[in-house]
Design a protein around this ligand. Structure first.
Ligand code: GUN
Length: 291
């Protein structure tokens, strides 16, 4: 078994981007990060995005509306960022509080500033294999991890667990694309799938993105599989100072010995999401300076 080291691969991408940003003409790229509420995971993710932006020379604007913000007020806030020529990229951290319609909020972000790749146009471009848009960061990061780990999906059975808008659906579309590195045969499993282990056992590449700790166990895979674990679950652990530990959707201890390659949690997909967000922000800045 070999470990896919997301920290090391993300660090290489960050180094490439730092050099790229230093050579950009004009003002620095600027990313607006909108977080509504105090979801602990969101607080930590937004902080990480802010720190990484600073490290590569990207300005960030942190916007923390009151948790009681209405849909209309959030739309106005996004409209203002859409119209602001000093802002290149806009990210609204998910999940939003339950009273807000998250998909409607994603749709409100102007496509050319949608560095998260969640709005209708950018998701549609993934289906159309059109590279002019933004691919959402976690799926883009997974494709990059696979490419930089020497995994070519051509002729492989790729099984995706989960059909979310943020990971499951876009990663399935990317793996399916008719291009070098992709071209996989893709199956998506979800809560309505019957006899799920019979399907996951056929996977040459298994991508787990369901948010259920230790869901994938050794009996659900075939030896030699490549495993990408997208889950970042907080599980209570009294031995930790924080009171919790992070675990993926894959039961690492039993699955890792059977896998050809596997991503750890933390230190696998997570750092790649942040690296790809920065890559998209630099892409947005390049496009805005070309206007
Ligand atoms: N929540 C979990 N992953 C993501 C992501 O990639 N972007 C945003 N905006 N929210 C998330």
């Amino acid at each position: 078994m070999s470990l896919i080291d997301g920290n090391a691969i993300a660090a290489r991408i960050i180094a490439e981007l730092t050099a790229e940003v230093a050579a950009l003409p004009g003002r620095r790229p600027c990313l607006a990060l909108v977080r509504v509420g105090e979801d602990p995971a969101s607080v930590s993710y937004v902080r990480k995005k802010e720190q990484t932006a600073a490290a590569i020379g990207v300005d960030s604007r942190i916007i923390l509306p009151a948790v009681t913000i209405t849909q209309g007020e959030l739309f106005t806030l996004i409209d203002d960022l859409n119209a602001d020529p000093g802002v290149d990229g806009i990210l609204v951290q998910s999940p939003l509080p339950k009273h807000l319609d998250e998909v409607a909020v994603f749709r409100r972000v102007a496509p050319h500033k949608d560095v998260d790749g969640f709005n209708t146009l950018n998701l549609g471009k993934v289906a159309q294999e059109d590279d002019t848009g933004f691919v959402s960061c976690t799926p883009a990061g997974i494709m990059e991890l696979l490419a930089r780990s020497g995994v070519d999906l051509k002729g492989k059975h790729v099984v995706v667990l989960g059909r979310s808008l943020i990971v499951g659906k876009p990663i399935a579309l990317l793996a399916l694309q008719k291009r070098a590195g992709a071209n996989g045969t893709v199956t998506i499993c979800h809560s309505g799938t019957s006899n799920l282990p019979a399907i996951t056992r056929q996977a040459d590449v298994l991508i787990a993105a369901i948010g259920r700790p230790d869901f994938v166990t050794a009996d659900m895979i075939k030896p030699g599989v490549v495993v990408i674990d997208v889950g970042i679950n907080r599980v209570a652990d009294a031995t930790k100072k924080s009171g919790y530990r992070l675990t993926g959707d894959v039961h690492f201890a039993s699955v890792a010995p059977l896998a050809a390659q596997i991503t750890p949690v933390p230190g696998g997909v997570g750092p790649m999401t942040v690296a790809m967000l920065m890559k998209n922000t630099v892409k947005a800045r390049r496009a805005s300076s070309a206007e």
